[in-house]
Structure formats: structure tokens, C-alpha cells
Write a protein that binds this ligand. Sequence first.
Ligand code: ACO
Length: 331
Amino acid sequence: MDFVEIMKGKAVSKQKKLVLPEGTEPRTIKAARIIIDERLAASVTLLGETANIQTAAEKEGVNLGGIHIVCPKTDTKLNSYAHEYYELRKHKGMTEEQAKIDMADPLRWGAMMVHLNEADAMVAGAENTTGDVLRAGLAIIGTVPGLKTASSCFVMAGLDSQWGADGAMIFSDCAVIPDPTAEQLADISESAARSCREFLGVEPVAALLSFSTKGSAKHDNVAKVQSAVEILKGRNPGFVFDGELQADAALVPSVTDKKAPGSPVKGKVNTLVFPDLGAGNIGYKLVQRLGNAEAFGPFLQGFAKPISDLSRGASVDDIVTTCAVTLSRAQ
Ligand code: ACO
């Protein structure tokens, strides 16, 4: 499967509106040009001071034709955005005055555009940290109804075709929550299942991974995964899952038969849910490097509207791909 081409095709057919808060950042400006030229979005808005964006674009030789520019500090919508932000955050002690200061921040402005449906998707992180992008999204866009947790996933592609959906799988959470609670792990599993449908186009079959299979070891970390499985069962989430399972018991049918006989995921797993960020982050990198797989992501999941974080080392192509993926999820 050519994941990038499939996502680009979806973005082209959806024609959604994209906001890029890091409007003076050279790779972001180049990506905006490509996104317009390849018709991946109906519109692209760069945020920042107009003169600075123009200077940066000239320096890079990028023509800004067809790209919108909005300066949060001087835009006429500042007061109305600040009021909306105040309404969203007043229960946390936000004042009207502070809201106006906060809304001049492009990350919050971009999130507000998405919240108010003035943009359909936001991508940032070429110069801001993951934490800053996440906090803007959490404060303004919030999580999808029914879930309290934002998390992330990777699409691992180019694996042997016996694994997952013709060699592609979802790994989650590999980038956001260092030590999820059982409740958060259940949320991560539900979000990963949605990502599986959206990105792989198949029904999710999820394994909640552990270093124990069905009580073979006893530890707080094992008990947490067991609780997450029980919470998920109680929610009746509409996809096949099982846990706690070791990776081999999840993936290799002969081992499943020995360690978890009768498991509904036997031989079909396409979504791996890791017990914590240490396991998830190390796990995806091992598969990528030692298994020679392609790792696309991290893609944020669990937000009410599509937003994505970038690695600060992202190339222009990486930014374009992330934008296409994020646009492909927009409703
Ligand atoms: N889902 C939903 N809400 C959340 C989450 C979450 N995952 N995390 C925090 N919140 C909420 C908090 O409840 C709080 O809500 P409130 O303001 O309404 O009270 C708000 O978000 C802000 O919480 P903070 O305490 O300020 O944030 P915290 O310090 O917990 O940090 C964050 C949260 C930013 C998501 C943090 O866990 C983080 O930085 N994660 C990223 C880890 C990382 O660095 N990953 C990158 C390396 S891995 C890679 O790139 C592949």
C-alpha cells in the first residue's frame, strides 16, 4: 500500500481548509506552496506578521499566490476569538484580558480557527514543541465526544504482507502520554481503532500489549492493562480486541494457541496498543530500524477535530505528507 499516495488522494477529493500557524517558518512556507499546487487543500492560511511571511517567502523564492495570510496580533477577529477563548477557559480562571494576550499566539489562533470551522485542519510543530501544539489543541479543540484522552499513533507500513492489513499496522500510543492510566489506555485503544479504519481502511483488530499474557505475570503495569481491557469490554466499543497479551501471543497464531487459546484476535491483529510511552516509542523505532519498515506519524488522535504535530526535524515532504493525512481526516 502506498500510504502517502492514498492519503494525498483523499485530501484532493475532500478539498478542506488548512491552517499552518508557523507561517514564517521556511519549510512550512514551501509546504504551503506544494499543497496549493497539488490541490491537496481548498485553501491554506499561514499565520504570522504579513511582512515577515513575505520576507521569508522571498528569501526562499516561494510565490505566495493563492495562499492566505492572517496576522493574529492585528486581525479584526482578535476580540471575538479572545471572547470565545475566555468562554472556553473561564472555568479555569481565564480572564478576558489574558484571553486577548493568549489569542495572539498563532498556535491558539490556528486551533480557534479549527474550533470555529474557519479551518478544517491544523498542522504545526516545525518550530514549536509537541507539548505546545498539544496544549493549544487541548485547551481549544478538546477531545472527541465520549473520549477524554488525546493520544497518537504511527502507521507502520512495508512489513511482511502476513502482518496486519497487507503489511500495514497501527502502533499506539508512541508519542503523547508517558504513563497512561487504565482509563486512558482504553481511550487510546478506541482512538487507535478509529485510526485503523481511517488510515488502513480495514476493521480494527486490537491487542493490548504487556509483558504478561492472561495473568502469566503479576505487576502494577500488568494490572493496568488488565483493567483497561475490562473498561473496554464495559464500553462495548464495536471492534475486536484482546489483552493483556505479549507481542508474540498477539501476533503469532501458534503462540496465541499456547498462551491465549481462544483469543478473538488470533492471526488477525492490525492494531497494537502499548502499555506506556516507553514501550510504544521504543517499539515503533525498533520495528522501523531493525525491521526495515516505514513509520508514518506520529498522527494525533482523539481530538474533536483534526490537528497534527510535526517533528522539529521534519522535511518539507514530511510536512506536506502530514498535512495531507490531517486533511484526509477532516469531516
Ligand atoms: N488528553 C486529554 N487531555 C489532556 C492530556 C491528554 N493526553 N494531557 C493533558 N491533558 C489536559 C490536562 O488535563 C489539562 O486540562 P485543563 O487545562 O483543562 O485542566 C490540560 O490538558 C493541560 O495539562 P498540563 O498539565 O498543562 O499538561 P501536561 O503537563 O500534563 O502535559 C502533554 C500534557 C503536553 C500532552 C504532555 O503529556 C506532553 O508533552 N506529551 C508529549 C510527550 C512528548 O514529548 N512526546 C514527544 C516525543 S515522542 C515522538 O515525538 C515520537
